[in-house]
Write a protein that binds this ligand. Structure first.
Ligand code: ATP
Length: 327
C-alpha cells in the first residue's frame, strides 16, 4: 500500500489520566511496526508551540505500561485556543515534517485538534484519555476505571470510620460536568446517595436524600458529591444539611488529586493498548478528525464533533439502582 504518512506526532493534553502511558506505548509501537516514525511532543499543545519534541524509538516506551500519569507531561495551553497559536503549532509540524497527529486527552483536547485539522488539513486522531468518562461515543475513557477503583477504596475506608461514629460523610469526587465517577463509585462503595450534575439541582438531590436516606435506621451515611464550584460541592451540601438538621454529625472529605494517581487498572491498560493500536490503524485507513472509542467491546470511530458535542448521559438504570439499593 502506498501511504504518505511517514512521521506522526503524539501528545497528551488536558488533565492527566492513569493509562495514558499505556496508550503512548501502544501508539508508538504500532506506528514503528508499520514503518512510521514517531515524534513525541511534550507538554501537550504548549510543546507543539514551543517545540519541545523528541524522536521516540520502541525502547523509549519500555516499562511504562504500569505507570500512572504521562511521560509526555500534560499542560493547559491558552495560546492554542487562538488562530495565531495554532499557526505557530502548524509551523512546528511543517518544520519537524510531522504528517499526522495522535492526541490523547478529553473534549478540550479534541476541540483544539478539530480546529487545527480544519484550518490546516492535517490528519488527527484522538484517543480518549480522561478520568471523567464524559466523551460521547465510547463506553469508557482511559483512566476512568482506575479512578473509579481509587475512589471506591477511599469510600470503603471512610465507611469504617463513618459507622464507628454514627456520622454522615459527604465525599467529593471529580466530574463537575459528568457524574459517572460519583454515581458509579456510590454504587460500588455502597453509598446512600450520589449528587450528580445530570439530574435535578444539587439542592433538590440533597432534599431527596434527606427525605429517603435519613429516615432509615442506618447509623451512618455516605453521600458522594460531584465537585461543583457553584454550590460548593461536598462542603456546600454538608452546610445545607447542617442548616436543616443540626442534630447530625456531618463530615466532609474532598478526595482531590489522589483520584488521578496510581498504577492503571488491568481494564485501563488493555483499553489504552487497544485504542492506541486502533489510532494508528485509523490513520492507515486514512481516517481523520475522529476519536477512536470502544462500544460493546468493539473499536469504533467517532467524529470529533460528535464526541465533543453530544451529551453522554449516565445510565438511567444505575441511577435507579442506587436509589433502590440504598434503602
Ligand atoms: P480533561 O477532560 O481531563 O479536562 P481536556 O482535554 O478536556 O481534558 P482541557 O484543559 O479542556 O482538557 O483542554 C486541553 C487543551 O486543549 C487546552 O489547554 C487547550 O490548549 C486546548 N483547547 C481546549 N479548548 C480549546 C478550544 N476551544 N480551541 C482550541 N484549543 C482548545
Amino acid at each position: 500500500m502506498e501511504y504518505n504518512i511517514k512521521t506522526i506526532g503524539i501528545l497528551t493534553s488536558g488533565g492527566d489520566a492513569p493509562g495514558m502511558n499505556a496508550a503512548i506505548r501502544a501508539v508508538t509501537r504500532t506506528a514503528i511496526f508499520n514503518g512510521i516514525n514517531v515524534k513525541a511532543i511534550y507538554q501537550g499543545y504548549k510543546g507543539l508551540i514551543n517545540r519541545e519534541i523528541k524522536e521516540f524509538h520502541t525502547e523509549d516506551v519500555s516499562g511504562i505500561i504500569g505507570r500512572g500519569g504521562t511521560i509526555l507531561k500534560s499542560a493547559r495551553c491558552q495560546e492554542f485556543c487562538t488562530p495565531e497559536g495554532r499557526a505557530t503549532a502548524f509551523q512546528t509540524l511543517q518544520d519537524e515534517q510531522i504528517d499526522a497527529l495522535v492526541v490523547i486527552g478529553g473534549d478540550g483536547t479534541f476541540t483544539g485538534a478539530r480546529a487545527l485539522a480544519k484550518e490546516y488539513n492535517i490528519p488527527i486522531i484522538g484517543v480518549p484519555g480522561t478520568i471523567d468518562n464524559d466523551l460521547w461515543g465510547t463506553d469508557s475513557t482511559i483512566g476512568y476505571d482506575t479512578a473509579l477503583n481509587t475512589i471506591m477504596q477511599c469510600v470503603d475506608k471512610i465507611r469504617d470510620t463513618a459507622s464507628s461514629h454514627n456520622r454522615i460523610f459527604f465525599i467529593e469526587v471529580m466530574g463537575r460536568d459528568a457524574g459517572f465517577l460519583a454515581l458509579n463509585s456510590a454504587i460500588a462503595g455502597g453509598a446512600e446517595a450520589a449528587i450528580i450534575p445530570e439530574r435535578k439541582t444539587p439542592e433538590e438531590q440533597i432534599e431527596a436524600f434527606i427525605g429517603h436516606g435519613l429516615r432509615k435506621s442506618k447509623n451512618s451515611s455516605i453521600v458522594i458529591v460531584a465537585e461543583n464550584p457553584v454550590t460548593g460541592g461536598a462542603q456546600g451540601m454538608a452546610d445545607l444539611l447542617k442548616k436543616n438538621h443540626p442534630e447530625y454529625d456531618v463530615r466532609v472529605t474532598i478526595l482531590g488529586h489522589l483520584q488521578r494517581g496510581g498504577s492503571p487498572s488491568a481494564y485501563d491498560r488493555i483499553l489504552a493498548s487497544r485504542l492506541g493500536v486502533a489510532a494508528i490503524n485509523a490513520l492507515l485507513e486514512e481516517q481523520r478528525s475522529i476519536m477512536v472509542g470502544i462500544k460493546n467491546d468493539e473499536i469504533v470511530y467517532v467524529p470529533f464533533t460528535k464526541a465533543i458535542k453530544d451529551d453522554k448521559d449516565v445510565q438511567p438504570d444505575s441511577v435507579a439502582a442506587l436509589q433502590v439499593l440504598a434503602i
